[in-house]
Write a protein that binds this ligand. Structure first.
Ligand SMILES: [Zn+2]
Length: 450
């Protein structure tokens, strides 16, 4: 309910704050061309979307998806690089002097059994790394992201006489693992494409009606860490605990100690989450195991908060092990598995984006944006190592026309991203709206630099 209340406040505040903004940055003629080019692709892009929706692929294994994307981008005339971080795609359009600007779409699905009721719903099953079989579906809408990447590619190619610079389009794998963006950088993305000064990415949300977009300033999504904490004790017979150092008890104490890290170490004004998602220790009733692992997930917005969490985890874990009598050579160790920076829209950049979008698309199609969440996105990692590179995050509506009315009047929201019942209403309109909005923002960024 608190999400619902906060969203309502944001909607009410946003509808006031968005009034009276300044003028267009893109010539009206060009805006009209972009709008027409976007609309003319509706049938084609919806077909691509349905094809991807019915054939979702997981993590780094986006073989069919990346093949489709690469083929189409090549056909449009882009210089295309494939196989970056296994199935990542990067396409370049060199179009004279000017800045390098990147647009990224994530393309991966989720191990979720689809219950959307759509007649093109996925029934696909795949084998996971651990050998188990899982259903797979596009329960986060990355199929629409992939489709609009192709639409944007066409608009930018067809309008290339109106702008100059270098456009880089990225089709990214493994966003759901918060790993694909960094993996593409590590696999030599920037040996193949130039480094951008601005990176734009967008995500579909069913809380806004299809046909609308939002660019909200400030904090959008939290930074995130995944880490394993390895505990080592001394194993032995379950009947003789006095001869052991029990990692089950150490693990239990450690999990409980972690529960006061946020409340006792992080200032109340700063959001932070520490979740132990798994505690893997022991096999059977009468054996005290030797080792155990805690699987920890962190969410934060400030680097200082992140450091506070990591320091406290280390302090508490080492302290509990020491108190249990763990010898120095068996003390706990920590493995950092993944990291993503927070998504924060610079207020000046977001303000300019809102002006541009309002002028190009009309005020009614611009939503105020969802409140900041503790969920994460990994696209900022594409430019984390590039000094002064900016990022901009765009929300794209994928809900029914009455979604806001139902929400404001009854507090009802449709099934959200990652829910088995998640679905994009009117996907053709949602996708072409994303094409129009993001192409407009890309053009604006190129034109501003001239
Ligand atoms: Zn997603």
């Amino acid at each position: 309910m608190s999400f619902i209340r906060t969203l309502r406040q944001t909607v009410l505040a946003g509808s006031v704050a968005l009034c009276g903004l300044a003028q267009a940055a893109i010539p009206p003629e060009l805006s009209k061309t972009v709008s027409e080019l976007a609309a003319s692709q509706q049938g084609d892009l919806e077909k691509v979307f349905r094809q991807l929706h019915a054939n979702p692929e997981l993590a780094f294994d986006l073989h069919d998806t990346s093949k489709l994307v690469a083929k189409r981008l090549k056909k449009l005339g882009y210089q295309v690089h494939t196989g970056i971080a296994k199935t990542g795609v990067a396409a370049v359009l060199e179009n004279g002097d000017g800045p390098v600007i990147m647009f990224r779409s994530d393309m991966d699905a989720l191990p979720v059994k689809e219950e959307s009721g759509l007649n093109y719903a996925s029934t696909k099953q795949v084998e996971l790394d651990d050998g188990s079989i899982s259903y797979v579906s596009h329960a986060c809408g990355h199929d629409s992201h992939t489709a609009w990447l192709l639409g944007i590619a066409k608009v930018m190619m067809e309008t290339r006489d109106s702008w100059s610079g270098t456009l880089v389009l990225v089709g990214q794998p493994a966003e759901e693992l918060i790993a694909g963006a960094q993996a593409m950088v590590d696999d030599g993305l920037y040996d193949k494409v130039p480094e951008p000064s601005l990176l734009i990415s967008a995500h579909v949300y069913p809380v806004w009606p299809a046909g609308t977009v939002a660019v909200k300033a400030g904090r959008r999504m939290a930074g995130s860490d995944q880490l394993d904490v390895h505990l080592t004790g001394i194993g032995g017979h379950g009947s003789r605990p006095e001869g052991t150092i029990d990692p089950v008890v150490m693990g239990a104490r450690t999990v409980l100690a972690y529960q006061s890290i946020v409340s006792r170490n992080v200032p109340a004004q700063e959001p932070a989450v520490l979740t132990v998602g798994a505690m893997q220790v022991g096999e059977t009733h009468n054996v005290i195991p030797e080792t155990g692992t805690l699987k920890v997930n962190l969410r934060w917005y400030k680097e200082g908060t992140r450091q506070t969490l990591l320091d406290a985890i280390q302090r508490e874990t080492l302290g509990i092990a020491q108190a249990a009598g763990v010898p120095e050579e068996r003390k706990p160790t920590f493995t950092m598995l993944g990291y993503a920076e927070p998504v924060i829209n610079d207020p000046t950049l977001a303000g300019q984006a809102n002006e541009t979008l309002m002028a190009a698309m009309g005020k009614k199609r611009i939503m105020p944006g969802i409140p900041p969440v503790m969920g994460s996105e990994d696209f900022p990692m594409l430019v984390a190592g590039i000094e002064d590179a900016q990022t901009l995050f765009v929300e794209v509506g994928g809900g029914a026309p009455d979604v806001m009315k139902n929400y404001m009047e009854k507090g009802e929201l449709p099934p959200l991203n990652h829910n088995p019942k998640f679905r994009i209403e009117n996907p053709g309109l949602a996708i072409t709206t994303a094409v129009q909005a993001n192409s407009t923002l890309l053009l604006d960024a190129f034109l501003q630099a001239q």
